[in-house]
Design a protein around this ligand. Structure first.
Ligand code: S3P
Length: 164
């Protein structure tokens, strides 16, 4: 049991700007696991920034890269993985990431999502629709739903105790 906990991946899902990256970093440190940000892995693979991939190659290309990375990371162990907000759109991503991992939905109210520099969440109306479309997916795949309304420190500690 203890060994399983140690080697498992923790996979964070949730809306853009819900705190997956900042929470994930803290959590990884506390659990002694490696922190991996899927968006960063995608950028490394493509040799371009996310907005560049969207602008130059389109969303489908981005989603294909995302699936490629999900399949790669899903085979590895001892990671805290911050997914992109849209990783739940393809069931195969969740299947791959869930193999060695526990999937946690980081829930945060719409008005509190950070929206800086994110190509798919530029206007509030679009973000609202996105939230409505995706909420059922986050709820379906997240084995544990977690509210991140407090500060990052407090949230990370709370999440940690929930995971034990
Ligand atoms: C996306 C969210 C982004 C990034 C890309 C697409 C989405 O990640 O993967 O811009 O579809 O919600 P964050 O959730 O880290 O912002």
């Amino acid at each position: 049991q203890k060994l399983r906990r140690q080697i498992e991946n923790i996979v964070l899902i949730g809306m853009p700007g819900c705190g997956k990256t900042s929470l994930g970093k803290q959590l990884a440190e506390k659990l002694g696991k490696q922190f991996v940000d899927m968006d960063v892995e995608i950028e490394k693979t493509a040799g371009k920034s996310i907005p560049e991939i969207f602008a130059e190659s389109g969303e489908t290309r981005f989603r294909n890269l995302e699936t490629e990375i999900a399949q790669k990371l899903g085979k590895e162990k001892e990671q805290v993985i911050a997914t992109g907000g849209g990783a739940v759109l393809r069931p195969e991503n969740m299947k791959a990431l869930g193999q060695n991992g526990r999937i946690v939905f980081i829930r945060r109210p719409l008005g509190k999502l950070a929206m800086d520099g994110r190509p798919l969440s530029k206007d509030l109306e679009a973000l609202k629709n996105m939230y409505a479309d995706r909420l059922p997916l986050y709820e379906r795949y997240g084995r544990l739903a977690f509210d991140s309304e407090e500060g990052i420190e407090k949230s990370a500690a709370k999440l940690l105790s929930l995971l034990e």
